[in-house]
Design a protein around this ligand. Structure first.
Ligand code: ADP
Ligand code: MG
Length: 204
């Protein structure tokens, strides 16, 4: 089986230059197979978000290597990293950070707009298809502020997929949803994993 991601001896120390440095990650090794669906479970404060932020290139490790498809991404420039993150990785957060005044489809298209590619009929169709996949066909043009919490998280899931990422990272994506909605969201993520072969790493 092919690996999409490998962490090698990752160490993260916060406040390294301060009197009270804190070692949040201790020589972490992790390997993730392509197309796999992974859940990471751990106590609060155990370093889950720290690790996911490093995987998502939102933060840098103090030591160690992050290999993506066999390439050490620490060699990337800032610009290369930004493009890599935008094109190859999708993010779903606990608080979905939708733009409230924008419609569902405008929010879904946002990572695509950021990539500065021209809007085409095919990407608009992809956004509509993704909204259909997450069960929001009737809400395409609804401002996200008028959607329920569960519906907003579904928009965020569709948004994470618009650039057809290789990997989606989700940090407690159902943390502020009720238990029925939570079950639906996980069901949906599993369906997307099966349909698009997107690799998932989910903190639960
Ligand atoms: P989890 O997501 O598992 O709850 P985190 O990765 O958020 O854990 O945090 C791991 C540890 O690192 C915690 O003790 C937290 O207080 C500490 N930590 C997280 N972010 C920072 C930061 N920016 N500066 C200093 N300490 C931090
Ligand atoms: Mg966390």
């Amino acid at each position: 089986m092919d690996k999409i991601l490998e962490l090698k001896q990752i160490v993260k120390i916060y406040g390294e230059q301060t009197k009270n440095p804190y070692k949040a990650l201790h020589e972490i090794d992790l390997s993730i197979q392509k197309h796999s669906f992974n859940a990471i479970i751990g106590q609060s404060g155990s370093g889950k978000s720290t690790m996911l932020n490093i995987i998502g290139t939102l933060d840098k490790p103090t030591q160690g290597q992050v290999m993506f498809n066999g390439i050490d991404i620490s060699s990337y420039t800032k610009e290369q990293l930004a493009e890599f993150r935008n094109r190859r990785i999708g993010f779903i957060f606990q608080f979905h950070y939708l733009l409230p005044e924008f419609t569902a489809i405008e929010n879904v298209l946002m990572p695509y707009r950021i990539s500065k590619q021209p809007l085409t009929d095919s990407v608009i169709q992809r956004a509509k298809d993704l909204l259909e996949t997450v069960g929001l066909t009737n809400y395409i043009n609804t401002p996200s502020i008028n959607l329920s919490g569960g519906q907003q998280q579904r928009v965020a899931i569709a948004r994470s997929l618009i650039n057809l990422p290789d990997m989606v990272l989700a940090d407690e994506p159902t943390g502020n949803l009720d238990s029925d909605t939570t079950e639906n969201v996980y069901q949906l993520l599993r369906e997307i994993n099966a349909k698009f072969k997107t690799t998932f790493i989910i903190i639960t």
